[in-house]
Design a protein around this ligand. Structure first.
Ligand code: ZN
Length: 307
């Protein structure tokens, strides 16, 4: 069984060293969000930035059990989630791209034995694509409403567990998918180390998260929308994430930048007749930003190096 990871359940821990490379972190920003103030430190060596002090594990469990990923006071219905996705199919596009890339990296391994763990499965769009691609899927999510919606969308019943508490056999997974979840984790080093344990030799860890080195982050600094503690506690550049993966026994196979402005955002802000042209201009600009490797989201695919 996987190792048990110890966390500060009650108290907030103040980190004196960078969790990735152990160098000295320096104050990067102070961010006021909702009714609290958070300090964000940045490692002077690898560039990883993180909320410091960290919240306690009990704080996080209470937060996600209530609100789920994205911390909203609204409790969406299955119908509203399906309608929103039909209007702007962002999750489906992201899921299809990531599952296709994962399939390519799986190469010639026997398809019937492919097992994928979807960590923080949300509404189940990634699990759905993985099932379609013939993966045997295990999903986990803390939020009850998200689990119920995910079951309907993907046909998979997620386990109500944190990644920290999840008990699976070592080397039992071919792929671990962490889409928009690692930025929420209390201990990123422990998460990547546990992923290594759960993966079979040459298994794939696929991670999607906001890019701390994005153009909008460089311009807006702590006012960038993804800098949103206590939801997001960790802020990675591709370099910092690559360093974390290498230290924990992975080799990075592929890094992809993805920037997108929802179609609905443009349609709300410009006259209907101009919307297609504005959308085309915005999309072209974003492709250039992605090509320059300043995209707002990064997808990183890493392979477990066997020892
Ligand atoms: Zn560092």
């Amino acid at each position: 069984m996987s190792k048990t990871i110890e966390y500060a359940m009650e108290t907030q821990a103040h980190l004196q060293a960078c969790p990735v490379c152990k160098s000295l972190p320096r104050r990067w920003a102070v961010k006021k969000y909702v009714n609290a103030t958070y300090t964000i430190d940045r490692c002077s060596e690898c560039g990883y930035a993180f909320v410091n002090p960290r919240p306690s594990m009990n704080d996080l469990k209470a937060h996600y059990s209530h609100f789920g990923h994205g911390a909203s006071l609204n409790t969406p219905s299955l119908e509203s989630v399906i309608a929103a996705e039909a209007d702007d199919p962002n999750s489906t596009i992201d899921a299809m791209r990531m599952i296709e890339n994962i399939g390519y990296l799986m190469q010639d391994r026997h398809k019937m034995s492919w097992r994928l763990l979807d960590v923080g499965s949300g509404y189940g769009f990634f699990s759905k694509e993985a099932v379609t691609a013939k993966f045997r899927v295990v999903a986990i999510d803390l939020a009850e409403n998200a689990r119920n919606i995910s079951s309907s969308i993907s046909g998979i019943d997620p386990i109500p567990a944190t990644f920290e508490d999840l008990e699976l056999d070592h080397a039992s997974m071919s792929v671990i998918l962490m889409s928009q979840v690692l930025e929420h984790a209390l201990d990123v080093e422990a998460w990547v180390a546990k992923a290594w344990q759960l993966l079979e030799p040459d298994g794939i860890l696929a991670i999607a998260l906001p890019n701390f080195g994005s153009l909008q982050c460089i311009i807006l600094r702590e006012n960038e929308p993804y800098i949103c503690p206590p939801d997001h506690l960790n802020f990675f550049t591709p370099r910092a994430l690559t360093e974390l993966l290498i230290i924990n026994g992975f080799v990075v196979e592929k890094v992809q930048h993805i920037s997108r402005v929802p179609k609905s955002t443009i349609q709300r802000r410009v006259p209907r007749i101009a919307a297609p042209l504005v959308l085309a201009i915005v999309n072209t600009t974003l492709r250039i930003v992605d090509f320059m490797r300043f995209g707002s989201i990064i997808n990183v695919y890493a392979r477990k190096v066997s020892v």
